[in-house]
Design a protein around this ligand. Structure first.
Ligand code: MN
Length: 214
């Protein structure tokens, strides 16, 4: 299971304590979600990529954005488990202790231009998340220089459609079932309280920079 050149993907540490998102996201869910679910995606990804030394030189974002470079016999595994790794890595980064803050500056202006208001943007994401039948994610992405809302199936990532994810909310039941059972809408309402808008803003600025650099 160890690649010849020694590169393997590893579980990133949470940038806050497991109980830091309480009461909105409970400690037990965070421990399970990070330590078991995310770890399992990484373990399965490493098994699939064993011996693929060229691919193991890429970041997980580069891999999911370039699935055509992945040999066909492991492509579905890399899509599912690599997508799982990329999605959860983003998810931990764009959450944080409840702070009551909102987006600011150029990012808030872009939200207002696209959606009319901050609240309308949240409603649009929530609607996508509620409309996703079964497991998947809802996102705010940058596509052709503009903000967009979209959803994806399973562990698909917007990079697979050449869109840059800024914010993603996990609507697999494992993300909320312990605390909210089947009440996805309650989970989503609570989830907005733990979005780290400065982390999302940084991703927005990086996305614009990467587009201007072509
Ligand atoms: Mn998950």
């Amino acid at each position: 299971m160890i690649s010849i050149n020694g590169y393997m993907f590893t579980l990133p540490q949470l940038p806050y304590a497991f109980n830091a998102l309480e009461p909105y996201i409970d400690e037990a869910t965070m421990k399970l979600h990070h330590g078991k679910h995310h770890q399992a995606y990484i373990d399965n990804l490493n098994v699939a990529l064993n011996g693929q030394d060229k691919l193991l030189e890429l970041s997980i974002e580069e891999i999911v954005a370039n699935l055509a470079k992945v040999p066909e016999n492991i492509r579905t595994k890399v899509k599912n488990h690599g997508g799982g790794h990329a999605n959860h890595t983003l998810f931990w980064q764009i959450m944080g202790p409840p702070s009551g803050t909102e987006p600011e500056g150029a990012f808030m202006s872009a939200i207002n231009d696209t959606f009319g208001s901050f609240m309308s943007m949240q409603e649009a994401v929530t609607q996508k998340a509620m409309g996703r039948f079964g497991s998947g994610w809802a996102w705010i992405v940058v596509s052709r220089g503009k903000l967009e809302v979209m959803d994806t199936l399973n562990q698909d990532n917007p990079l697979m459609e050449h869109k840059i994810p800024l914010l993603g909310v996990d609507v697999w039941e494992h993300a909320y079932y312990l605390k909210y059972q089947n009440r996805r809408v309650e989970y989503l309402k609570a989830w907005w309280n733990v979005v780290n808008w400065s982390a999302v803003d940084l991703r927005f600025q990086e996305a614009l920079r990467s587009l201007s650099e072509g």
